[in-house]
Design a protein around this ligand. Structure first.
Ligand code: GH3
Ligand code: MG
Ligand code: MG
Length: 362
């Protein structure tokens, strides 16, 4: 009788020595080794052998061993046996009582040679081979019916456990994939939103000055969230740069552009929140001042006119301004705009660099 497996010493081969067969789908994580070690230990205990081995080739560390005291050479032999048994997957339980009598599997006769081996095949539900649960001894032995049935039952438990683990691993992989996909989708959605915002911005803003463009004006006035020209008097201010053609002709288009940006900056810095400015034409700007009376609008216009003159540019720059006020419900913005335009024309003809407020009696 061989040594009984009373000592629960479990030896784990290092992963470097563990090989993959590549025959089974590989798993990403490590199997729950303790659970398989327990099954190997139960197999050794059940069969009274000093060595039990689980061979799970679909896993990165396929060898799980319950070694209750046996020379290392025997462990290596047992591995070779497991791999060989795995290729005879049709035999669900294969027992050799004494290898010395079995010509096929007979090892070299020495003290460290295995004499007894029993291997139970592990299968998944589709009948595909998963591996082998083997028990080994240096002594010849015989397994009783109950031991054979018990070894086969432990092999089934190992199969269930391995399948369960494989299923969990697959679920985890699918979940990771889904999360990665969700992250990618969210990234794409944010990217689309950014592009949409950029497009929307460029459709409603002037690229040179950053002010609203003319196309945005109607939408801004109709927008219930936008500046309302209802409920309080409002002022429209039209500004036109003086002799701007000469600026371009003398200093070039690039400096002309710089002047346009400087005027836009002056306007932005001179209006309050709720007001807004539009680049209405080449060198013409419209400033909408909701909830503003004409004299207050005139002050804003004067501030802008003085700041345009003081702008840091390599040439003097002036602007002419016309403005008009409207009463909500009484003056349509288009009519107020026309009056501001006429006032601007008067500012031009009166000599430029000045402000004319519309004083049409209404
Ligand atoms: P006035 O005092 O009567 O307004 O004379 P003006 O020269 O300013 O007016 P005019 O309408 O004759 O010329 C406007 C000039 O503005 C002509 C055009 O080349 C220039 N302009 C329009 N858009 C741009 C632009 O985006 N960049 C530059 N650099 N110049 C522009
Ligand atoms: Mg003009
Ligand atoms: Mg001009």
């Amino acid at each position: 009788m061989s040594s009984s497996p009373s000592v629960g010493k479990l030896a784990m081969p290092d992963s470097a020595s563990a090989e993959r067969t590549g025959a089974e789908p590989s798993l990403r994580g490590d199997v729950p080794r303790q659970a398989f070690e327990d099954l190997a230990l139960l197999a050794a205990t059940l069969c009274g052998t000093p060595l039990a081995m689980l061979w799970l080739p679909g896993h990165a560390r396929p060898w799980i061993v319950a070694d209750l005291g046996i020379p290392a050479g025997c462990v290596a032999q047992a591995r070779a046996v497991c791999e060989r048994l795995a290729s005879h997957a049709s035999d669900s339980l294969r027992v050799v009582d004494d290898l010395a009598l079995d010509r096929r599997d007979a090892p070299q006769a020495d003290d460290d040679a295995l004499r007894f081996q029993a291997g139970a095949a592990l299968h998944d539900r589709e009948g595909n081979a998963l591996g082998v649960l083997g028990v080994f001894d240096r002594q010849p032995r015989m397994l009783g019916e109950r031991q054979r049935a018990g070894l086969a039952a432990l092999a089934r438990q190992a199969s269930y456990l391995f399948e369960l683990y494989r299923y969990t691993d697959e679920q985890r992989r699918l979940l990771d994939e889904r999360e990665a996909l969700a992250r990618r989708l969210e990234h794409d959605r944010a990217d689309l939103q950014r592009r949409h915002d950029d497009l929307e911005h460029s459709a409603s803003h002037d690229a040179l000055t950053g002010l609203f463009n003319r196309a945005a004006l109607g939408r801004l006035l109709d927008d219930p969230e936008g500046p309302r020209l209802q409920g309080a008097p409002f002022v429209l201010v039209l500004l036109d740069i003086d002799h701007f053609k000469q600026v371009n002709d003398r200093y070039g288009h690039l400096l002309g552009d710089r002047a346009l940006r400087a005027v836009a900056d002056v306007i932005n810095a001179s209006i309050r929140e709720g007001d807004f400015a539009v680049r209405y034409g080449g060198e013409e700007f419209l400033i909408v001042l909701p909830d503003t009376r004409l004299d207050a609008g005139f002050d804003v216009a004067e501030r802008i006119r003085l700041r345009v003159m003081a702008a840091t540019l390599p040439f003097p720059l002036t602007a002419s301004i016309g403005l008009a006020s409207g009463q909500p419900g009484q003056d349509p913005p288009e009519a107020v705009f026309d009056r501001a335009d006429q006032a601007l024309y008067r500012a031009k003809t009166a000599g430029r660099n000045r402000i004319v407020a519309d004083d049409t009696p209404r």
